[in-house]
Design a binder for this molecule. Structure first.
Ligand code: PLP
Length: 498
């Protein structure tokens, strides 16, 4: 990486010059660089409107970039050890759609973990690809799915030699990363493309104590949410590629198809600024974050009834193949006799502390480059108070009334999505084939996807989340599900043939 070049911010600088030249705007957006007053302006300031421009002369065009956006993306690719970078303004969600749509055609196979984000399932519906699911290691004590063993990927690759690509989550929401280098080696030996979801791993490349990044591990393509851990603005992500296994021209074609023709330049400039910061100071900043995480973990682990995961979590028998991102503060609260959902609500209502998410037995705090020690101290104090309130030694810990498992598959997601359907009550849905995804949000990992057979256990899990008042995302009303109307289903109808 050329550090001298990394000091530049071509797009951000061009925007600064453009706005300071005070152009007379006859282009969109309609607020004309903030010439009309709105309530939002009082809140966030006039400058945001001034810089909210839309590809004027001199600023380059995102989807046909040859000027400053090209320069900025090349710098980003260099900083992240990639060959090419595409800026995304609709999050990693749009990058995942682009990556799958451009590289796996209808009826081609893709090997992927079942605990993928909903964008992956949506990409399967749109592309018509055949999913070959591999099972992640499920931790019943914590109630979370972790990484996938190399042997599990190898088995799937050997049983599906015609698979076009494999998909790896690097890392999961809870910071667990599969053994990516070994997985890449096995996939490349079989001439399969390796795609990664690095929504939660954008920072990995910048510190050697973090799990390996997709590009450093030799993966072919990856999408990274810089907005989640690297300080760019919400929705700004990047798609990176390396090597010749992926057809970059095809990727650009799909990228252009999905992207707005009016991309927010504020989001794009935030990627430019974030890249510069990480290229020049990333390691030091992340060292601070890791030190803060260590401090948080040590203090929280002194609180009765509350525990944090640490690196040793990925040394135990079940997870020893995996590595752990120590900036993730996964806090188990089950010994308090309360659910993670209750503790998360209490932290917000009583202490004004906003956690990232809750699950039955845990809450998750994400420490990132902007995290402050005083905020961590407030969390530690709040958890100490909560522990005093609820922790009673040997009290029954929180326990769910189900074991987690995924449903069996009846047909491709696209086939189910396009099938004639009917809506039934969830309690009457056992044995039916779902035509919709049902997600608990966050983390947005589907409990059921189109084409899966709804089991008794799935209904039990669904009702559990309903009772916990978790946010359930689905097409149908809560308590109902859209399933294939088997009496009127002509298998292969709709767009299924392609
Ligand atoms: C594992 C995973 N993949 C992909 C995404 C989508 O990322 P984005 O929010 O940048 O669209 C998320 C979002 O939370 C995620 O958790």
């Amino acid at each position: 990486m050329d550090l001298e070049k990394q000091k530049k911010t071509p797009l951000l600088t061009a925007m600064k010059e453009y706005v300071s030249s005070q152009p007379i705007p006859f282009d969109v957006p309609g607020h004309k660089m903030g010439r009309i007053h709105t309530e939002l302006m009082d809140l966030i300031g006039e400058d945001v409107f001034k810089y909210d421009i839309n590809a004027p002369i001199g600023i380059d065009v995102l989807y046909k970039n040859v000027g400053v956006i090209k320069e900025s993306s090349d710098l980003l690719a260099d900083a992240f050890n990639a060959d090419q970078a595409l800026f995304l303004i609709n999050g990693t969600t749009s990058g995942i759609m682009t990556m799958i749509m451009s590289l796996v055609n209808a009826k081609e196979k893709i090997i992927l973990p079942r605990n993928v984000h909903k964008s992956v399932i949506n990409a399967l519906i749109v592309s018509g690809a055949i999913p070959i699911f591999v099972e992640p290691i499920y931790d019943e004590y914590l109630g979370i799915a972790n990484g996938v063993l190399v042997s599990e990927y190898v088995k799937a690759m050997d049983e599906n030699k015609d698979a076009k690509a494999i998909f790896v989550i690097n890392p999961t929401y809870f910071g667990v990363a599969s053994s990516l280098r070994a997985i890449v080696k096995e996939a490349h030996r079989r001439n399969m493309i390796v795609m990664c979801d690095e929504a939660h791993g954008a920072h990995f490349h910048f510190h050697e104590k973090l799990p390996v990044s997709a590009m450093d591990a030799g993966a072919d393509i990856s999408c990274l949410s810089l907005h989640k851990t690297l300080g760019s603005l919400t929705q700004s992500s990047v798609l990176l590629t390396k090597g010749k296994r992926v057809d970059f021209k095809k990727i650009i074609k799909v990228y252009t198809m999905f992207g707005s023709t009016s991309p927010s330049h504020i989001l794009l400039a935030s990627l430019d600024a974030s890249r510069k910061l990480m290229a020049l100071e990333g390691r030091n900043i992340l060292q601070r974050t890791l030190d803060l995480a260590k401090y948080a973990r040590e203090k929280i682990n002194l609180i009765p009834g509350i525990h944090c995961l640490n690196a040793s979590y990925c040394k135990n028998d079940n997870n020893k193949e995996f590595s752990f991102d120590e900036t993730r503060i996964v806090i188990t609260v089950r010994e308090l006799g309360k659910s993670g959902f209750e503790i998360m609500r209490l932290l917000k209502e009583k202490y004004n502390i906003q956690m990232e998410l809750a699950e039955t037995y845990l809450i998750l705090a994400i420490l990132a480059i902007g995290s402050l020690k005083e905020d961590v101290d407030k969390l530690i104090n709040a958890l100490s108070e909560i522990s005093k309130l609820y922790y009673v030694e040997k009290k029954n810990p929180t326990r769910r009334n189900f074991h987690f498992d995924y449903a069996d598959i009846a047909c491709r997601p696209r086939e189910a999505y396009n099938a004639t359907s009917k809506v039934v009550k969830i309690k009457d849905a056992v044995g039916e084939i779902s035509t919709e995804s049902i997600m608990i949000y966050p983390p947005g990992i589907p409990l059921v996807i189109p084409g899966e057979i709804i089991s008794k256990n799935i209904v039990k899990i669904y009702r559990f989340y309903m009772e916990c008042k978790g946010t359930i995302m689905q097409d149908s009303k809560i308590g109902y599900v859209k399933v294939i109307d088997r009496n009127n289903w002509n298998k292969g109808e709709g767009n299924d043939e392609i």
